[in-house]
Design a protein around this ligand. Sequence first.
Ligand code: NAD
Length: 505
Amino acid sequence: MDAAVKQTVGHYIGGKVVAGSSGRFGDVYNPALGEVTKSVALASAAEVGTAIDNAAQAFPGWAEVPPARRVQVLYRYRELLIQHMDEMARLLSSEHGKTVDDAKGSITRGLEVVEFACGIPQMLKGEFSEGVANGVDSWSMRQPLGVVAGITPFNFPAMVPMWMFPVAIACGNTFVLKPSERNPSCAGFMAQLLTDAGLPDGVVNVINGDKEAVDTLLSHPTIQAVSFVGSTTVGEYIYKTGCAHGKRVQALCGAKNHMVVMPDADMGQVVDAVMGAAYGSAGERCMAISVVVAVGDDTADRMMERLVPRIETLKVGAFDQEGVEMGPVITPDARDRIKGYIDRGVEEGAELVVDGRDISIPGYESGCFVGATVFDRVRPDMSVYTDEIFGPVLSVVRAKNYEEALQLVNDHEYGNGTAIFTRDGDTARDYGHRARIGMVGVNVPIPVPLAFHSFGGWKRSLFGDHYMHGPEGVRFYTRMKTLTSRWPSGIKEGAVFNFKAGGEH
Ligand code: NAD
């Protein structure tokens, strides 16, 4: 497509679309075609500053709107998103590559956070103690922080922003979102729906950009808190830089999720689970299963016998082709990086059982496709085991026994999600108790918590103290205040110079 006629994605500031003025642009691909189909404006520091100023101007008014009234906007936003689900899912898929059904599923998971946020008045209820001393009452309340920022990854361009802004604004904050520059359109689409739902201008702003925009958010004195979801290298940088500037930061990062398969597991269930969890969304999920630890050679052999034919017949294609189960990866660079990992796995001695490197989809020969790939007999020192590949590449490790499998899981640097497949309650309970991982599934391959629980990992999968959405999300986006009051009739004495025991005011 000619550069002059390419669609350009701008920012969304103060309730309207704003064209970029920095003169810098990034490429947005249609991953199935492997072609650049849009360009996205990359904001300068000054443009980020304008978005922050809009959010700052909107904050005092929005914070004073009673929570029960704030959420009326979210109820209407929810209805609008449901009405526009098909359109948004296609927009998402055209820039991400995942199937339209998968895109709809992810938008629905985001909607569940909107529904949780609609109940925020319940979550913002404070605690009250009558008569903490004679004539003295005390209560604690949670108040919004001010202007908060979200920085999000490419793999869930609708759901991950919806982990953040619905909770943030329901709590009374205003928001600046910096979505992935690789698929920026869903963010602007959602911001427009919020305006259509009646959200006052400036409460949610979208600024597109790269490191320059992120660094401006991290150092700007008006930004009170930063929510980040993305890779560990960037997340650690964001956490340290944001904290150094005095901000509250939660950074949810990379993963290498292990599924432990015990000898007594239901193998039909295991194979179905592995297919969906390893290859759904081309493995570009932070909760994807990228390692299966089979306990015992016999377990591994039985699993591979049933798994390999399924992998070989997985239907790969463009997001809008009939019956497609797995789409392309995000960009040509990602495709080449993932194929590089497969090359390295072979060099390092892993057994390449199904090789996805040479896939070609008729009509989409330049697309960013990597076929479903599986390595067997992977060792923990190999890069296909240690690194997050973020593609459709599964490593099978053979462990001698349960303890060895658990040790592998606990020794890995990441701790986002994990699953165990077994029929044995004792083993399942032990695993749930001892796995050093944030989210654990028992015969559930992708144990993503629902919106009223909180989402987050351990170890180098999360920097900061707070998980996302659910009760932890509310704590992250609010500050505690405790108020102690005494009315004149309760005053019994004059000036008091000594500290007194509780209850003796
Ligand atoms: P990424 O780290 O490359 O980008 C995430 C965000 O950071 C983007 O908005 C990007 O513009 C920005 N960014 C990139 N490089 C930067 C830099 N040098 N300085 C400042 N900002 C920078 O991540 P991605 O490739 O978009 O997403 C995939 C990663 O996200 C994977 O590692 C995946 O595991 C992770 N992820 C984690 C979770 C979770 O909940 N733990 C959820 C989804 C994705």
